[in-house]
Each structure stands twice: as structure tokens, then as C-alpha cells.
Design a protein around this ligand. Structure first.
Ligand SMILES: Cc1cc2nc3c(=O)[nH]c(=O)nc-3n(C[C@H](O)[C@H](O)[C@H](O)COP(=O)(O)O)c2cc1C
Length: 400
């Protein structure tokens, strides 16, 4: 496999052409003979299918996508000539925020993981250096071909997705994008996914020394291969992965909460106690659509993750609850389409926001959010956008 770093013990080979459950079971069996992998059911689909998403097929031929991934030449650096915009209506307005401990950004608007590629794809469309930061596509130790089609389905005010963490693997991403990211002139946050604590640590280690990488965001909506429980469902597991990554890097570590956890606030507290520098609230909400002609789920993996404006009230609610339970900064995510949406999150206690699904309809949505926030600061005579952070919280006179 061309994308594997030779001789690295921590990298356990996953055959991307096979169902992930098979591969994961093989790995677990090899790692620890007695460890049986149990996959809990969520909405009739296994956790792996439903959340990080993998096929339920007994076996399948390599997909065209898997073959395509295998052909990608990751030894070649991506190159980019970014657009620079002279016209920046937000200039002169203090939009700076601490999106996490030790992570001061020029403004509170980030792009959400999985909705903005590796950032370079957008650099010829608009001046990405105007963004607070970009979060790259979820990155795993080894390449993953992702899920079978369909991977995206429309829903009222949102979309369901089950991409299955398609990515070329950490070493390949680091090698291919390090130079291009430096050319973008925007801070990059690497979104990390894995199936064991070691996976998260290994991915982070691959990006060490890349100067444009300013922080890590841990996607903990992934099943732990030992036991099948999602990292993000369990306060102990979430704490373990946070603490291990904190040991590996001096950069800020942000952990992304899943709204599907039985007690999100308890998970958030455990993550803070384990040393995280910030939280992202939230990842997608589990959902499903059925094709009534075929009498089958629309998505290839059955269930998927709901995003877009449909989940905004859930995300604002979780932000509001978590903000009262922790003292580290929170980045709000879920259905932000405009500055008013972003203000809801900021007033609920978020220090920054991510724009995700909205960029599919309008790639310039994050820029419009920045401009709208600047206009708000000006028209309300504020000294900075920081004045609105948490203003709706009970401690600041909002309703409990
Ligand atoms: C197509 C798609 C792919 C995504 N991939 C990832 C991912 O790789 N890692 C991750 O942490 N979140 C991923 N997400 C979740 C988003 O980053 C975000 O948390 C969520 O979509 C809510 O924000 P939004 O409503 O603005 O899209 C993905 C979302 C979508 C729609």
C-alpha cells in the first residue's frame, strides 16, 4: 500500500477493500486474543455503520473509490495560488477570539471538518486567509475508502451524510498538504479520528512540526475497537483519548462532542478534566431516511449524521448546557448559515463557530458570517465581538 509509512509498528494494516467490521475484528483478535468485539446497535445499524459508518456487507470487491485512493500519488505536494482580497469589510473591527486555550484567532469563524476538503480546494474561489481557521477532513492513521453510495441525502433543512471518513491517511495528508497549507495563510486545525487511543496519538504525531497546523480537533464519534463503545459516548473513554493526545503534543487539543451521547455534559466535563483546551459542540445527529420505492434506507450504510439548520437548536442547547459546566472555550457547530445564527451560538457561550453544510449551498457562507459579525459589532457600538460571548447564560442574566 503506497500510503503506508514503512516500518511504523503502531500502524495496523486495514484492508480498505474489505468490510471494516471484518478488518477491525481481525486486528482486535491479533492484538488481544481474548478481546471480543461487540458492536452495539443504534437504530438497527451497528455503531460502526451508523456513526463512523461502514458497510454491513459480508465482503465486497474494492470500490472504484478504493482503487482511486490507491492510485493517489501522495509523494507530490499539492500546490495552490491563493486568491487575496483587497476588500475586507471586517477590517478594523475587533473580531479576535480565543477559540481554545492558547488558540487566538483573528475572527470566530471556522470551517467545519468534512465540509471544506483540505482547504486548498477553496483557495482559488475566495480569500481563505480571511477565515479564523480551517478544519481539515477527518484524518485516520491509514487510508479509508469511505462508505458505499449513497452517502448524502437531502432532508428538510439539512442533509444526512455517511461518508465513512474517506481520507488518504495521516502520513499522506501531512506530506501532500503541508506546503499548500502554509501558502494559504490561514491556521489549520487537523481533525483526527481513530479506533483506538493509539490511533489518535499516531495521527497527531504525523503532523508534528507542520507550522500551519495550530491545533487538533478530536472526532470522538468513532467506535473504540475494544468493546465497540463510541469514545464520545463514555466519559472515561473520552477522557483517556484526550489525555493521551495531550501527552503527544504541545498544541491545543479540542475535542468534538457527539450529541448522540447519553450524557453530553458528563462527557464534556471528563474531557476538560483530562486536560483538553477546548470543545466543539456538536458533531452530527443520528438519523435515517427510507427510499419508499426500494423499501430500503437511502444511505448505503443505513443511518447517517444529520447536519444543517435542522440541528441548530440542538447544537445551541448543548452549547448552552456545556458552557455552564466547563470553563474551557467552546466552538459551536450545527446549522450556522449567517451571522445571526453565529450570534446565537456566541450568546449561548461559544467562543467561535464552524460553518459546515451551509458551504455546500454557498461556498462564501463563512465569509458572509464574518462580514455580518463585523457589521453587528459596528452597529451595536461594541468594542469587540467578545462582548457577546455567553451573554445569554444564566450567570449573565439569561434564563436557566
Ligand atoms: C459531508 C460531511 C462530512 C463530515 N465529516 C466530518 C469529519 O470528517 N469529521 C468530523 O469531526 N465531523 C465531520 N462532519 C460534521 C461537521 O464537521 C459538523 O460538525 C456538522 O456537520 C454540523 O455542522 P453543520 O450543520 O454546519 O454542517 C461532517 C459533516 C458533513 C455534512
Amino acid at each position: 500500500m503506497p500510503w503506508r509509512r514503512p516500518g511504523k509498528k503502531a500502524e495496523r494494516p486495514v484492508n480498505v477493500s474489505r468490510a471494516i467490521e471484518e478488518s477491525l475484528e481481525d486486528i482486535a483478535a491479533g492484538d488481544e486474543e481474548d478481546d471480543s468485539v461487540e458492536l452495539a446497535d443504534v437504530d438497527g445499524a451497528s455503531i460502526i455503520e451508523a456513526v463512523s459508518g461502514e458497510v454491513d456487507a459480508e465482503s465486497r470487491e474494492p470500490s472504484p473509490l478504493a482503487e482511486q485512493l490507491a492510485r493517489i500519488d501522495l509523494s507530490e505536494s499539492a500546490s495552490v495560488t491563493p486568491i487575496r482580497s483587497a476588500d475586507r469589510p471586517e477590517a478594523g473591527v475587533d473580531l479576535a477570539v480565543d477559540a481554545a486555550r492558547g488558540l487566538r484567532l483573528r475572527n470566530p469563524v471556522l470551517t467545519a471538518s468534512g465540509t471544506f476538503g483540505q482547504g486548498v480546494e477553496y483557495a482559488e474561489l475566495f480569500d481563505v486567509a480571511r477565515l479564523g481557521a480551517i478544519v481539515n477532513k477527518g484524518t485516520t492513521v491509514l487510508a479509508r475508502p469511505g462508505n458505499p453510495q449513497y452517502r448524502i441525502a437531502e432532508t428538510p433543512s439539512g442533509i444526512l451524510n455517511s461518508i465513512g471518513l474517506e481520507n488518504p491517511g495521516a502520513a499522506g495528508v501531512a506530506r501532500k498538504y503541508a506546503k499548500a497549507w502554509a501558502q494559504l495563510g490561514v491556521p489549520v486545525i487537523v481533525n483526527v479520528a481513530g479506533y483506538s487511543v493509539d490511533d489518535y496519538v499516531t495521527v497527531v504525531s504525523e503532523f508534528a512540526g507542520i507550522t500551519s497546523v495550530v491545533a487538533y480537533e478530536l472526532n470522538i464519534s468513532c467506535p473504540n475497537v475494544k468493546g465497540g463503545m463510541l469514545f464520545g459516548f463514555d466519559p472515561d473513554l473520552a477522557g483517556q483519548v484526550t489525555a493521551a493526545v495531550k501527552q503527544e503534543t504541545d498544541l491545543p487539543v479540542i475535542v468534538k462532542l457527539t450529541p448522540n451521547a447519553p450524557d453530553v455534559v458528563a462527557v464534556a466535563r471528563a474531557i476538560e478534566q483530562a486536560g483538553a483546551d477546548g470543545l466543539t459542540a456538536i458533531n452530527t445527529v443520528l438519523g435515517m431516511r427510507i427510499d419508499i420505492q426500494k423499501k430500503r434506507p437511502v444511505l448505503g450504510s443505513g443511518s447517517g449524521g444529520l447536519s444543517g439548520p435542522a440541528i441548530r437548536p440542538i447544537a445551541v442547547h448543548i452549547t448552552y448546557q456545556v458552557a455552564q459546566a466547563v470553563s474551557i472555550p467552546i466552538i459551536g457547530a450545527g446549522g450556522v448559515t449567517c451571522a445571526d445564527d453565529a450570534l446565537e451560538f456566541l450568546m449561548a457561550g461559544a467562543s467561535a463557530v464552524q460553518v459546515g453544510t451551509a458551504t455546500f449551498a454557498d461556498p462564501l457562507a463563512p465569509i458572509r458570517v464574518i462580514e455580518g459579525l463585523a457589521a453587528y459589532v459596528r452597529s451595536h457600538g461594541l468594542s469587540s465581538i467578545r462582548d457577546v460571548i455567553g451573554i445569554a447564560l444564566p450567570s449573565r442574566g439569561g434564563d436557566a
